[in-house]
Design a protein around this ligand. Structure first.
Ligand code: PGA
Length: 248
């Protein structure tokens, strides 16, 4: 199981270092054995990656960026390349988050392009898909997922263990609404039926209170956590649930 914290536009370097120190205290108390059963990732903003990498070095907790560009370098204002991330000790990147798609013009194609390039460079990738409320209400969820996952499959025909898909229904992100466990299970099963990806994470208002019921569904292989990843206690509570479910 993989539990990833997507911090979005929260936490500068100082707050990042403080959070990571708190995370290490938790790891120290739990012992590595507990945490070894799952993979834990935090994804701070670009300017805080260095602080997180320094703090979490040798902890087993990996640091991802929230985006990555496919080119090596060039005239791409505001973008960051794969080799820049690697040189900073970053282990992977989230691509195609719905907020990137909604507010910054990210498309199925650019998401796939970013993901393929990052994997090729040896980075881990969490590629996000998910339907909007209108699409769900219009009974278009399956078509949307087929289209979004199809674009990723075309660019990455043979997904290895380094790629995870995150199913994040857009209407459940930051709203407090979660997909029912059945909705999550069905969407994850659909994704796996059309694409041989090993791991499909669920995202959208995951918190300690609903983590167990979501993470115990078939085909739910972890979580991409936004709001509840900003404090050490709820984030580590979700990690603990994942570790417990992995043991049993
Ligand atoms: P949320 O965000 O947990 O705050 O809903 C999830 C995400 O956007 O990755």
């Amino acid at each position: 199981m993989l539990i990833a914290g997507n911090w979005k536009m929260h936490k500068g370097p100082g707050e990042t270092a403080a959070f990571c120190a708190g995370l290490l205290t938790y790891v120290g108390e739990q012992g590595m054995e507990e945490l070894d059963r799952i993979e834990v990732v935090v994804a701070p903003p670009f300017v805080s990656l260095h602080a997180a990498v320094e703090e979490l070095e040798e902890s087993g907790i990996r640091v991802y960026a929230q985006n990555v560009h496919w080119a090596e370098e060039g005239a791409f204002t505001g973008e960051v390349s794969r080799s820049m991330l690697i040189a900073s000790g970053v282990a992977g990147a989230i691509v195609g988050h719905s907020e990137r798609r909604q507010y910054f013009g990210e498309t199925d194609e650019s998401t796939a392009h970013r993901g393929a390039a990052a994997l090729e460079a040896g980075l881990g990738v969490i590629a996000c898909v998910g339907e909007t409320l209108e699409e769900r209400e219009g009974d278009e969820t399956e078509d949307v997922l087929r289209r979004q996952v199809g674009a990723i499959a075309e660019a990455i025909p043979e997904p290895g263990a380094a790629l995870s898909i995150a199913y994040e229904p857009v209407w459940a992100i930051g709203t407090g609404k979660t997909a029912t466990p059945e909705m999550a299970r069905d969407a994850h099963a659909l994704i796996k039926s059309i694409y041989p990806v090993e791991r499909v994470l669920y995202g959208g208002s995951v918190k300690p209170e609903n983590a167990e019921e979501l993470l115990s569904q078939d085909d739910v292989d972890g979580a991409l956590v936004g709001g509840a990843s900003l404090e050490v206690d709820p984030f580590t509570a979700i990690c603990e649930t994942a570790a417990r479910l992995t043991r049993s």
